[in-house]
Design a protein around this ligand. Structure first.
Ligand code: PEP
Length: 250
């Protein structure tokens, strides 16, 4: 069974408001023919509001790149799920490897964020993935399995249906080195198997699992041909209209 593909652009810390508006304008006008795909963009916080407005009337959904688990309060520098919803977000990326590497994110805080997003009504895109050393020492599944299990700890079946998972081997992010379709399929199939154990086969078969790591228009097809790959989380190639549309229209 193939699930509805979901292609998400993670803009990271790129794009001023004017650039962000120009990018979505280009995406909107070039989207014809991509009706079978869910398209998501995740701009940095300062442009969420204006990008949300620019997206109105289009099928492109808005995502935050992170959120805090509290609803409001004295948490300088953080944003809440309610704030993301307020500016029009439908999704939020959680546990991206750059958050884990540079900002102390761990499985427990990922889990808190996932719960906060779900209870507020945002659909989480939960990222998992091993670093190069872990792959080289044969520990890929130990790491990815743990991140998946702990990230989803205590999430009910009903809520699990709203999750999107993103397998992003850290060694393939921003490096130009894509994991091979076979390497990706192997991990995706294991993640789906684990979801089946944690929930049930129906939830496992319905769950969308994206691949992320140097996805480009010229390698997306081979990845999407894999039975357990349901979309891509795209960094660098999502910053240009042509390359992101090339991926969306794989
Ligand atoms: C990412 O940051 O999620 C990512 C996959 O980046 P890139 O496509 O640039 O490797």
């Amino acid at each position: 069974m193939k699930r509805r593909p979901i292609m998400a652009g993670n803009w990271k810390m790129n794009m001023l408001v004017s650039e962000a508006e120009a990018l979505v304008k280009g995406l909107k006008s070039g989207l014809d023919g991509a009706e079978e795909v869910d398209v998501v963009v995740a701009p940095p916080f300062p442009s969420l509001y204006s990008v949300g407005k620019a997206l109105s009337g289009s099928s492109i959904a808005l995502a935050g790149q992170n959120l805090h688990w509290e609803v409001s309060g004295a948490y300088t520098g953080e944003v809440s799920a309610t704030m993301l919803l307020d500016v029009g977000c439908k999704y939020v990326i959680i546990g991206h490897s750059e958050r884990r590497q540079f900002f102390g994110e761990n499985d427990e805080t990922v889990n808190r964020r996932v719960k906060a997003a779900l209870s507020a009504g945002l659909d989480p895109i939960v990222c998992v993935g091993e670093v190069l050393e872990e792959r080289k020492s044969g520990r890929t599944w130990e790491v990815v399995g743990r991140q998946t299990r702990e990230g989803l700890e205590g999430i009910s079946k009903g809520d699990a249906e709203r999750l999107v998972l993103a397998y992003e081997p850290v060694w393939a992010i921003g490096t130009g080195e894509t994991a091979t379709p076979e390497q990706v399929q192997e991990v995706h199939a294991k993640i789906r198997g684990l979801i089946g154990e944690l929930y049930d086969e129906g939830i496992a078969q319905g769950m969308r699992i994206q691949y992320g790591g140097s996805v480009k228009p010229d390698n997306v097809r081979g990845l999407m041909d894999q039975p357990d790959v349901d979309g891509a989380l795209v960094g660098g190639a999502s910053l240009k209209v042509e390359s992101f549309l090339g991926i969306v229209k794989f």
